[in-house]
Design a protein around this ligand. Structure first.
Ligand code: SDX
Length: 436
């Protein structure tokens, strides 16, 4: 980051001395006011619950321009990556900063492939869960449990350990997600096949059985790979910030990623894709397109607690570029499957059209986000609704790891330890229980 010629001066109406604060510039996007010395100089904290105006770190990985609806991974627009690259190239880009050449891609993909199996003991963790356990409950457990198997790559401050742990996590997430699915379906686990692509391997582990091979349909495998690319990273979102804060204590990468899985599960974050599809099912059950007006009325009634899931975003105040790409992927998959009249897709597009013309959404700059169409395309591929967020976690693992490694690799990093504005009881003495 570069020191700006501009200074920020804080002045106080009570005559306290002014405080000059340095301003720093990045390569693109908003400048930052450096307040690291503010408490020492003023005895005051800044106050920013939800981090509406706070840059918690500097990063060179992903840039979002929320007003333009622009998303860049290491400078490359998501539209180009989603149509000209695959997930393995995107993982290499996010982790190392550059797209690989053909040889580099082959080497990286092979390295990932050679780590796709999990320790045979992992299957016994699943037995502790009920068969109807939510896949994200299982994934939170399994990812944390990985740290029990890889003592040779848990020293987060060792660059070699960080590299091995990154490859292991990217490689094993599809295997674990497929195991969580097979466990819920009561089917035997399928082992990874080293001659398949990353997305093809995942879909075979999901849909093949010992009795019948899975015949991959190219358009579905490509759609799955694109879903992984679209979910791979997204700047300092809630789960990535969780991974950074968790990792800042020096804990091992598997534990830090497990914390990210747990955070992503929430319906305000990665859980929105599951919640969005269930919302569409509800509207369909109540009468479909004719019931959209009633539903929108509920959403606008604050007391209803109903939100239009898959809409709105803290950063995008324009159309989420991933939602556009997801909608195109939706069309491609449904057309290829002869489902171009899929009622749920038609309902989603009708609902989007109505919302985008409604003052409530327009005035609040609420647009579809990545979760709005992702459920429809995953459902068409044959993924059960309850697995959508686990697939989001699978794809986001590379982003979490890249961001964690960037933080740990920054010599300036410290353990994250925010403060508070205390509004509770001031000091008081205990009254003996006989007198309370
Ligand atoms: C992801 O951060 C990331 O980058 C996340 C993510 C990633 O890739 O990591 O992009 C993935 O999490 C996408 C978001 C998925 N979540 C949902 O789709 C759930 C529905 N969306 C909302 O819960 C909400 O939009 C958030 C949580 C996404 C953003 O919330 P903010 O930024 O805190 O905004 P807000 O809640 O303060 O909303 C501002 C106004 C409020 O109304 P007013 O108080 O001004 O009257 O907009 C309203 C909100 O009530 N609003 C909605 C709404 N989202 C915001 N009203 C109805 N439906 C919605 N979806």
């Amino acid at each position: 980051m570069k020191l700006s010629d501009t200074k920020a001066t804080l002045s106080f109406s009570n005559g306290s001395p002014n405080v000059d604060l340095p301003v720093y510039q990045g390569s693109v996007g908003p400048d930052v006011i450096d307040i690291r010395k503010l408490y020492a100089q003023t005895g005051m904290f800044t106050y920013d619950p939800g981090f509406m105006s706070t840059a918690a770190c500097q990063s060179a990985i992903t840039f979002i321009d929320g007003d333009k609806g622009e998303l860049l991974y290491r400078g490359y627009p998501i539209e180009q990556l989603a149509t000209q690259c695959d997930f393995m190239e995107t993982c290499h880009l996010l982790l190392y900063g550059e797209l690989p050449n053909a040889e580099g891609k082959q080497k990286f993909s092979r390295n990932v492939t050679m780590h796709t199996m999990v320790n045979e003991q992992m299957q016994f963790f699943l037995r502790g869960f009920r068969r109807d356990a939510h896949p994200m409950a299982i994934m939170t457990g399994l990812v944390g449990a990985l740290s029990a198997f890889y003592h040779d790559s848990t020293d987060i401050n060792n660059p070699e350990h960080r590299e091995v742990a990154a490859i292991r996590l990217i490689a094993k997430m599809p295997t674990l997600v497929a195991m969580a699915y097979k466990y819920s379906a009561g089917q035997p686990y399928m082992y990874p096949q080293n001659d398949l692509s990353y997305a093809g391997n995942f879909m075979r582990m999901m849909f093949a059985t010992p009795c019948e091979e899975y015949q991959p349909i190219e358009v579905l495998v490509r759609a799955m790979d694109r879903i992984f690319i679209l979910h791979a990273d997204h700047e300092q979102n809630a789960s990535t910030s969780t991974v950074r804060l968790c990792g800042s204590s020096g804990t091992n990468p598997f534990a830090a990623i497990a914390a990210g899985v747990a955070c992503l599960w929430g319906p305000a974050h990665g859980g929105a894709n599951e919640a969005c599809l269930n919302m569409l099912y509800d509207i369909q059950r109540q009468g479909g397109v004719d019931k959209i007006g009633e539903f929108i009325k509920q959403v606008k009634d604050k007391n209803s607690g109903v939100k239009l899931m898959g809409f709105g975003h803290r950063v995008y105040k324009n159309y989420d570029p991933r939602a556009k790409l997801m909608q195109e992927t939706c069309k491609e998959v449904l057309d290829n499957l002869g489902l171009h009249n899929d009622p749920l897709f038609k309902l989603a597009m009708a609902l989007e059209k109505i919302a985008l013309e409604d003052e409530y959404f327009v005035s609040r700059k609420l647009y579809p986000n990545v979760d709005y169409y992702s459920g429809i395309v995953q459902r068409a591929i044959g993924i059960p609704v309850s697995l959508f967020t686990a697939i989001f976690a699978l794809a986001r693992t590379v982003g979490w790891i890249a961001q964690l490694n960037e933080m740990i690799g920054d010599p300036e990093y410290k353990i994250g330890r925010p403060r508070q504005l205390f509004t509770g009881s001031t000091k008081r003495d205990i009254v003996p229980i006989s007198k309370r």
